[in-house]
Ligand binder design. Structure first.
Ligand SMILES: *Cc1c(COP(=O)(O)O)cnc(C)c1O
Length: 816
C-alpha cells in the first residue's frame, strides 16, 4: 500500500510562493506578472520534491535495493508543473491556494515552456518510463543530457518550415531542476594510450589530452500520490577552471577562453534528427560525455553503499535506450580494468550482466555506425577495447559456424571496407544480457530480419517489451472531462491500474453514457477549435470529424499518403456529382529535421493545399486542413483529447511501435492504420470492429518490393489517384507558380515511392469511406470510441515497466 503523501500546509505554501516571488525572482506581489507567479509557484513546489528526492535517495531500503539506470540521450518530458501537481495529489489544493492570491492556476501553467529535450517517440517513451518507475516505486535513475537548447522551435513562413533555437530554461532558469555540484564528474577526450608495469603486471592506461566537467542537474520524477521521488539526472558540460593555466599565464587570455567555449558546446544543442544518424564528431562527444558521466555516477553510488564491484550487476542494471549510449559498454570495461585493475574476464563478467539494450528501429539509415578512425582519435582506449570484445566474439562465431567467413563479416562489430566503421547495434547485442524490441511485431522482425544469427548464438537474449504511455499525463492530466467520467464508473484507482477501464465497456451501448462521453469529446474539440481560431485564424466546426496525424515528419510515416487522401476528397467535392462526405478537419503537427529536404517539401505542400482548400467557397466548408506549428508535448496534450480519428499509416514493417497511437485510442479516437508496430496489438485489444485497418502487410510489402514495385502502374490504373496527384503539378495551390509542389509528386513516381504510398492508396481511401459512413451513425461511433478508451489498458507504461522488471531487470518495489 502506498502511504498518504505529506499533508499540505496551505499557509506555509503561500508564504513560500511569496518568498520566492520577492527573494528569488525580485517581484512584488503588486507588480508580478503571470510568469513571475508561475516561477515562484514552481520553486515552492520544487522545494517539496527536492526534499522528497533527498529522502528517497537516503532511504536505506532504496540504497540497498537493485536499481535500474535508464540511459537515454533524450527525455522529452514536456511541462512538469501540471503533471507534478497531479502526481503530488495537490492539483485542487494548489488551485485554491493560488486563487486566494489572485492567480488562476490554468493561466500560470501556460507560462511554462516545454523542456523539449528529445525529438519524438523515443524521448517521450523515456519520459513515460520514468513516470511509471516512480509511480510503482521501482528504484531508478534516469540519465540524460542537459541541453542548453532543446528541439528547435518551428514556425511557418509562406508555408515553409523555419527553425529557431529553443532556450527552454528562459533567462531565470527552470524552477524544477536543482544542481548537484557535489556529484560532478571529470570527463576526458582525445590523447593517447600507454603501457606501464604495475608490480610486474602489464597494464594499459588512457591519457586524455582534454578534460571537461560534467555537472548534474536533478529533475524530480514524482511518484503517483506517494512521497517517492527519483532523479532524472541531466549532465551539463562545463569547462574545468582554471581551464588552461599555461595560456592564461602567458597572457593569452583569448586562447584560454577557447577551452570554455569548446566545453560549453558539447551539451549546447540537441541533434534534431529522428530515426537518422549523421556521424558527426560533436554527437559522438555528446554520447561519450553522457555515458562516461553516467557510468561513473552509477559506480559512485554502488561503492558509496559499501558494495563490492563484483556485485555490480546484482545491484545495478543499465538500460540503453537505443544505441546512442553504447559507448558506456567499453567505458565500464575500461574503468574496471584500467582504474580498478580487474582482469578482462572479471570485468566482462560484470559488464555483460549489467547492460541491456532496447532496439527502436530496423531502418538502415537509423542504425548507428561510427567511423573507426574517429573513435580511434577521440577515444583511443575504447577502440582497443572494442577490438578485444570483437576478437573474442569472433572466436565464438567461428566455433559455432566453422569456416563461414560470410557469417563472421556480417556479425563482426567492425564493418570492413575502405572506411571501416563500428556497428553500435552489434556491440550492444554482444555486450548486453538482454535485447528487446518495442512491440510484438517489431521484436519478431528484430529476430527474423535484423539479428537472426545473434538469436541462434544467444537463444534467450532477445525479448519483446511492448511500449506504453503514462495514463497520468495522457488521460488524467490532459483530459480532465473524460477522467471524471471514467472515475464515476470505475473509481479513482485507474491511473495506477489502467486495466480497470475495461469496466467502462459495459456502458458502450448505454445511450445516456454515450451522450456524456461524446459531450466531453465535443468540449475538447471546441477548445481546440478556439485555439485554432485565435492562433491560426482558421474557422473550423467542432461538429466535423477531427482527423489527426501528429508525429515527426518522415517518409515512412507517410504524411504524404494522408495528403493524397485530402487531395482525393477535394477532387471529388469539385468533380464528382452526388459525392457527399461528413465535414472533416484534417490536423497535422510535425517537425522535419532541418536537413531532411523531402520532409520539408511535404510540409510546404500540405500548407499550400490547406491555404487553398480552407478558402475555397465551392466546397462549402466540408473540408479543412490545419497544420499546427511547433508540435511538442503541450500541443499533443491539447490535440489528443480532441481527436476523432488517429492516423497511424506507416508502411508495414517500418514503425517499430508508435506511442501516439496508444495516446489517441485511450482518449477515444478510432485508429485508421496499417498492420504495423503496436497497431497490431491495439487491434487485438479493441477488436476488428473498432479499428480501421488497411494496406499491405509486412510480407506483402516485402513480396511487392522483391517482384519490382512500379508506382506508375498504380498511377495509370487508378483515375482517382491520378487526378489527386496531378493536382500537385499545376498552379492550383501555388497561383502563378506551377510545379512548386513537384518534389512530393516526383518522390512518388520517378523517385520510386519507396514507402509504397500508391500501392496502399486505394485501400486507404476505402477505409476512410467506411469511417465517414460510420461517423454519421452517432451512436455507433460513440460505442466504438468508448470501447477504445475501455480496452487499451494494456498500453499503460506501468505494464511496460512491469514487463522489464519481471523479464529483464528483476527489481523489487520499495513502497515508502
Ligand atoms: C507521443 C509523442 C510522439 C510519438 O508519436 P508517434 O505517433 O508514436 O510517432 C512524438 N512527439 C510527441 C510530442 C509526443 O507526445
Amino acid at each position: 500500500m502506498t502511504k498518504q503523501p505529506h499533508a499540505f500546509d496551505k499557509n506555509a505554501f503561500q508564504l513560500s510562493v511569496q518568498k520566492h516571488l520577492s527573494a528569488t525572482y525580485a517581484h512584488t506581489v503588486e507588480n508580478a506578472d503571470s510568469r513571475a507567479w508561475y516561477l515562484a509557484m514552481g520553486r515552492a513546489l520544487a522545494e517539496i520534491t527536492t526534499i522528497n528526492l533527498l529522502e528517497t535517495e537516503a532511504d536505506e531500503r532504496v540504497v540497498n535495493a537493485k536499481s535500474v539506470n535508464y540511459l537515454s540521450l533524450e527525455f522529452l518530458i514536456g511541462r512538469l508543473t501540471g503533471n507534478n501537481l497531479i502526481n503530488m495529489g495537490l492539483y485542487e489544493s494548489v488551485t485554491e491556494a493560488m486563487a486566494e492570491m489572485g492567480q488562476n492556476l490554468t493561466d500560470l501553467l501556460e507560462e511554462e515552456r516545454d523542456p523539449s529535450l528529445g525529438n519524438g517517440g523515443l524521448g517521450r517513451l523515456a519520459a513515460c518510463f520514468m513516470d511509471s518507475l516512480a509511480a510503482q516505486e521501482f528504484p531508478s535513475v534516469g540519465y540524460g543530457l542537459h541541453y542548453e537548447y532543446g528541439l528547435f522551435k518551428q514556425s511557418f513562413a509562406e508555408g515553409r518550415q523555419q527553425e529557431a533555437p529553443d532556450a527552454w530554461r528562459g533567462v531565470e532558469g527552470y524552477p524544477w531542476e536543482v544542481a548537484r555540484p557535489e556529484l560532478a564528474q571529470e570527463i576526458g577526450f582525445y590523447g593517447h594510450v600507454e603501457s606501464y608495469d604495475d608490480n610486474g603486471v602489464q597494464r594499459r592506461r588512457w591519457v586524455p589530452s582534454m578534460y571537461v566537467k560534467a555537472m548534474p542537474w536533478d529533475v524530480p520524477v514524482v511518484g503517483y500520490q506517494s512521497n517517492t521521488v527519483y532523479p532524472l539526472r541531466l549532465w551539463e558540460c562545463q569547462a574545468i577552471a582554471p581551464f588552461s593555466l599555461e595560456s592564461f599565464n602567458n597572457g593569452n587570455y583569448f586562447e584560454a577562453q577557447h577551452a570554455l567555449i569548446d566545453a560549453g558546446n558539447i551539451t549546447k544543442v540537441l541533434y534534431p534528427n529522428d530515426n537518422h544518424e549523421k556521424g558527426k564528431t560533436l554527437r559522438l562527444m555528446q554520447q561519450f560525455f553522457h555515458s562516461s558521466a553516467s557510468v561513473r555516477d552509477i559506480l559512485r553510488r554502488h561503492l558509496d553503499a559499501g558494495l563490492a564491484l563484483a556485485d555490480l550487476s546484482k545491484q545495478e542494471t543499465i538500460q540503453l535506450n537505443d544505441t546512442h549510449p553504447t559507448i558506456a559498454i567499453p567505458e565500464l570495461m575500461r574503468i574496471l580494468m584500467d582504474e580498478y585493475h580487474l582482469d578482462w574476464d572479471a570485468a566482462w563478467a560484470i559488464s555483460s550482466k549489467t547492460f541491456a539494450y532496447t532496439n527502436h528501429t530496423l531502418l538502415p539509415e537509423a542504425l548507428e555506425t561510427w567511423s573507426e578512425s574517429l573513435i580511434q582519435h577521440l577515444l583511443p582506449r575504447h577502440m582497443e577495447i572494442i577490438y578485444e570484445i570483437n576478437h573474442r566474439f569472433l572466436q565464438e562465431v567461428r566455433a559455432k559456424w566453422p569456416g563461414d567467413v560470410a557469417k563472421q563479416q556480417k556479425l563482426s562489430i567492425i564493418q570492413e571496407g575502405f572506411n571501416r566503421v563500428v556497428r553500435m547495434a552489434n556491440l550492444c547485442v554482444i555486450g548486453s544480457y538482454a535485447v528487446n524490441g518495442v512491440a510484438a511485431l517489431h521484436s519478431e522482425l528484430v529476430k527474423r530480419d535484423l539479428f537472426p544469427e545473434f538469436d541462434a548464438l544467444y537463444p534467450t537474449r532477445l525479448h519483446n517489451v511492448t511500449n506504453g504511455v503514462t495514463p497520468r499525463r495522457w488521460l488524467k492530466f490532459c483530459n480532465p472531462g473524460l477522467s471524471e467520467l471514467v472515475s464515476e464508473i470505475v473509481g479513482n484507482d485507474w491511473p495506477k491500474h489502467l486495466e480497470q477501464l475495461e469496466a467502462v465497456s459495459q456502458y458502450a451501448k448505454d445511450a445516456a453514457f454515450q451522450k456524456r462521453y461524446m459531450a466531453v469529446k465535443r468540449e475538447n474539440k471546441q477548445r481546440l477549435a478556439d485555439w485554432v481560431k485565435t492562433n491560426l485564424d482558421i474557422e473550423i466546426s467542432a461538429d466535423a470529424i477531427f482527423d489527426v496525424q501528429i508525429k515527426r515528419l518522415h517518409e515512412y510515416k507517410r504524411q504524404h499518403l494522408n495528403l493524397l487522401h485530402i487531395l482525393s476528397l477535394y477532387h471529388r467535392l469539385l468533380n464528382e456529382p452526388g459525392f457527399d462526405m461528413a465535414p472533416r478537419v484534417v490536423f497535422f503537427a510535425a517537425k522535419a529535421a532541418p536537413g531532411y529536404h523531402l520532409a520539408k517539401e511535404i510540409i510546404f505542400a500540405i500548407n499550400k493545399v490547406a491555404e487553398k482548400v480552407n478558402n475555397d467557397p465551392r466546397i462549402g466548408g466540408k473540408l479543412k486542413v490545419v497544420f499546427i506549428p511547433d508540435y511538442r508535448v503541450s500541443m499533443a496534450e491539447m490535440i489528443i483529447p480532441a481527436a476523432d480519428v488517429s492516423e497511424q499509416i506507416s508502411t508495414a514493417g517500418k514503425e517499430a511501435s508508435g506511442t501516439g497511437n496508444m495516446k489517441m485510442a485511450l482518449n477515444g479516437a478510432l485508429t485508421i492504420g496499417t498492420m504495423d508496430g503496436a497497431n497490431v496489438e491495439i487491434r487485438e485489444e479493441v477488436g476488428d470492429d473498432n479499428i480501421y485497418i488497411f494496406g499491405l502487410e509486412v510480407d506483402e510489402v516485402e513480396a511487392l518490393k522483391a517482384q519490382g514495385y512500379n508506382p506508375f502502374e498504380y498511377y495509370h490504373a487508378d483515375p482517382l489517384l491520378k487526378a489527386s496527384m496531378d493536382l500537385l503539378l499545376g498552379e492550383e495551390f501555388t497561383p502563378g507558380q506551377p510545379g512548386l509542389l513537384r518534389a512530393t509528386y516526383d518522390s512518388l513516381l520517378d523517385g520510386g515511392d519507396p514507402y509504397l504510398c500508391l500501392a496502399d492508396f486505394a485501400s486507404y481511401v476505402k477505409a476512410h469511406e467506411a469511417m465517414d459512413k460510420q461517423y454519421r451513425d452517432k451512436a455507433g461511433w460513440a460505442q466504438k470510441a468508448i470501447l477504445n478508451t475501455a480496452l487499451v489498458g494494456k498500453f499503460t507504461s506501468d505494464r511496460s515497466i512491469r514487463d522489464y522488471v519481471d523479464n529483464i531487470w528483476q527489481l523489487k518495489a520499495i513502497n515508502r
